[in-house]
Design a protein around this ligand. Structure first.
Ligand SMILES: [Zn+2]
Ligand SMILES: [Zn+2]
Length: 284
């Protein structure tokens, strides 16, 4: 590998155009292949729409695709993101819930646009919608529309001035509890992994989440420092959870500095997850 930065074998946290990433599933998989990665996890927000295309692209370039999803919940005023790997795509409990989560996202967008109007920002639903290639709309799309409409110079400024927490057009999103999120993933036979727990300092929640079926912790992540890695690796060991890792790649223009494959784990972790999926099915 000619990169000065050693890449991991697999990056298990990546977003595509199915939610708020900039690359299509095919582009993402080919980028990973070009970097020499052995596998990637597709973890779009509230949708599994990108899976099929990613699998097809993965078959073309011998990259292992771990199918995942990222869902959001709230605990003690903090955002808790949960990754669900290899959930059953035909689970009706899961699909009904995902449909209602996406509906809530659309509703939230309309409320944000109303509040922006009060701030003198005139963005139409169409102007935002045209920036959403997939089925899961998110705030980064609105931030992009703010940039394109000349209201902000960057995505970050769009969040800071208008739609981030504490900004005038911030609208909180529909909230599940972490327990509900974990139970949903387990009901769909998936493996539930706590995403980037260092970002919101979630260590205290872990014991009760393990009780309802949490099976992994994302130890390596682009927003974790070495203390986070140490703390959450120890907790994973203590509770016999899989230690996963990924960059949270969204495309470099959307999340500058977050490069594919620069955070991750070894290929072995994909096998650990797939073993658990088989085990979860038997237990059910
Ligand atoms: Zn997240
Ligand atoms: Zn993510």
């Amino acid at each position: 590998m000619d990169s000065a930065f050693a890449l991991y074998e697999v990056d298990l946290h990546c977003h595509t155009t199915a939610s708020d990433g900039l690359l299509t599933p095919t582009e993402l998989v080919y980028s990973a292949a070009e970097l020499g990665l052995k596998g990637i996890g597709i973890t779009d927000h509230d949708t599994i729409q990108g899976w099929k295309e990613a699998k097809e692209a993965g078959a073309n370039c011998q990259i292992h695709i771990l199918r995942g999803i990222e869902i959001n919940s709230e605990w003690q005023g903090k955002e808790v993101h949960i990754l669900g790997y290899e959930v059953n795509a035909s689970s009706s409990i899961l699909n009904d819930k995902l449909a209602s989560l996406r509906k809530a996202r659309e509703q939230r967008m309309l409320e944000i646009l109303d509040r922006l109007k009060i701030q003198g920002v005139r963005l139409s639903v169409q102007e935002v919608q045209q920036l959403v290639p997939g089925e899961s709309i998110g705030r980064p799309h609105i931030a992009q529309a703010l940039v394109e409409g000349g209201y902000a110079r960057s995505i970050q400024e769009g969040f800071d001035r208008y739609i981030g927490i504490g900004a005038p057009a911030y609208v909180p999103r529909y909230k599940m509890t972490p327990e509900e999120g974990i139970e949903l993933i387990r009901a769909a036979h998936g493996v539930a992994v706590l995403a980037h727990p260092g970002v919101q300092r979630l260590a205290d929640g872990i014991p009760s989440w393990v009780e309802v079926g949490l099976q992994g912790i994302e130890v390596l992540h682009s927003e974790h420092n070495s203390d986070d890695e140490r703390i959450f690796r120890a907790l994973a060991k203590q509770y016999h959870l899989i230690a996963t890792g990924g960059s949270d790649f969204h495309g470099e223009e959307r999340k500058p500095g977050v490069k594919l494959g620069h955070w991750g784990v070894s290929l072995e972790v994909i096998h650990q997850i797939l073993d658990l999926v088989r085990h979860n099915q038997v237990v059910e």
